[in-house]
Design a protein around this ligand. Structure first.
Ligand code: CTP
Length: 413
């Protein structure tokens, strides 16, 4: 099932919270994991409860929080060891020097360290947070090295102002980065070996130094595809027009402005690509002449002569060879007919047809409802989905296209 792609295997994440000032940030981490559709169980040390209450994390996770207080009924019904066995991943955030030291030495003297000790069959990720001197202490560094050698994962702490008043490395990594690392670790790497070129966002075509023509594309769809592809193990290049989207982790981002700049960046990244997903809303026209100076309003009237921009995807279609090309079609009427014509004209394997006349979906929104049209004419209507899930649906098609190559074609490119 694609909806569970990001969370395949048991969809449960254990979040261990230890006693550092950054413990309050565990609330944001838990909330974001839940938003991503994961089940979360929290286990807290006694010191962690000095910084944030179990009740907060219980409400956010929707599950009772595990603490050191031994609870006989729950032990009978659930059992913390079996919970570890059934989870997909164990995240300890924040992880203090103390907990790293204990785990590295095999100490299991409270519930959290006992559970980490029992987590032999699932990935364990630590997000350390502590004073810079504690972090740089050779004993802590030695423990981290040892844990890394043993296969434990780390989300490295950031540098900056620390709560203790010091400056340096030791601040808990950004909660969103921690969540991204968790998602990536849980994801099946079925796109390993693919090099995927994704485009996203609008383009801006300058009229003069302060004005331009653009469209309402937010870039969310393309960014979601790039993010999902990287999580699934692909090497990803994202060529993006101006957007407010955060750069996805493990994606090489090339920022462009105009259609011409996008074309250049795409052509440069194209040779090693095995798949291209052209999600950008490229301007079809640009001013034929760009005024060097700001056009003054006392110029009684302004007529802008427009010329077509290069059709990037059409060009790629001609040089396609063994690559998989996926396009998007923004239509306001005759969705399937118009999109199918684009698919044929641009020599695509798949087109994602988007009805942009519907206000509740498409441009700007976090969700969309599209039809996937294959070059065999097969149309599959997807339900209304968040773009992060939709991204996985689109990427699932790559595997299917690889399984049934067109006559005479071989995998390659
Ligand atoms: N596209 C492109 N270069 C352009 C215009 C569009 O590469 N200059 C790509 C888009 O990224 C998308 C696909 O072509 O993947 C279809 O874009 P769309 O705007 O729906 O269609 P157009 O080909 O521009 O045709 P029209 O605007 O007439 O519908």
């Amino acid at each position: 099932m694609v909806e569970t792609r990001e969370t395949e295997g048991p969809r449960t994440v254990l979040v261990g919270v230890t006693g550092g000032i950054a413990a309050y940030k565990s609330a944001e981490i838990v909330r974001s994991l839940i938003k991503e559709g994961l089940h979360v169980h929290v286990v807290m040390t006694r010191n962690a409860q000095e910084f944030i209450t179990p009740l907060t994390l219980q409400v956010l996770s929707g599950n009772p929080v595990w603490t050191d207080t031994f609870h006989l009924t729950r032990e009978q019904e659930i059992g913390h060891i079996s919970l570890v066995d059934r989870a997909g991943l164990f995240l300890v955030a924040p992880a203090t020097a103390n907990v790293l030291g204990k785990v590295a030495s095999g100490v299991a003297d409270d519930l959290l360290t006992t559970m980490v000790c029992a987590a032999n069959r699932i990935p364990v990720i630590f997000a350390p947070s502590m004073n810079v001197n504690m972090y740089e202490n050779p004993i802590t560094q030695g423990n981290i090295r040892k844990l890394k050698r043993l296969g434990y994962g780390f989300v490295e702490p950031a540098e900056g102002d620390l709560a203790c008043g010091y400056q340096g490395v030791g601040r808990l990594a950004d909660p969103q980065e921690i969540v991204e690392r968790v998602l990536s670790r849980l994801c099946v790497k079925d796109l390993a070996g693919e090099t995927i070129l994704v485009t996203a966002g609008p383009t801006e075509e300058a009229i003069d130094p302060v004005r331009f023509i653009t469209n309402p594309s937010s870039g969310k769809m393309g960014y979601a595809i790039a993010r999902a592809a990287a999580q699934r193990g692909a090497k990803v290049v994202l060529v993006s027009g101006p957007t407010g989207c955060a750069p996805p982790l493990d994606v090489s981002l090339v920022r462009v402005r105009s259609a011409e700049e996008m074309r250049k960046a795409v052509m440069k990244a194209f040779p090693p690509a095995t798949v291209v997903v052209m999600a950008a809303a490229v301007s079809d026209f640009r001013p034929a002449v760009r005024s060097r100076h700001k056009v003054k309003k006392h110029d009684a009237s302004l007529t802008i002569r427009m010329e077509p921009t290069p059709d990037i995807l059409f060009e790629l279609g001609k040089r396609k060879e063994q690559r998989i090309l996926i396009g998007f079609a923004a239509e306001t009427r005759s969705l399937v007919k118009n999109a199918s014509e684009k698919l044929a004209k641009k020599n695509l394997d798949l087109i994602v047809a988007n009805d942009v006349s519907r206000k509740e979906i498409g441009f700007q929104s976090d969700s969309n409802q599209v039809k996937l049209i294959g070059k065999d004419g097969n149309v599959s209507a997807l339900p209304f989905l968040p773009k992060r899930i939709l991204a996985h649906r689109v990427l699932d098609q790559i595997g299917m296209l690889r399984k049934k190559p067109a006559k005479g074609s071989r995998r390659g490119g």
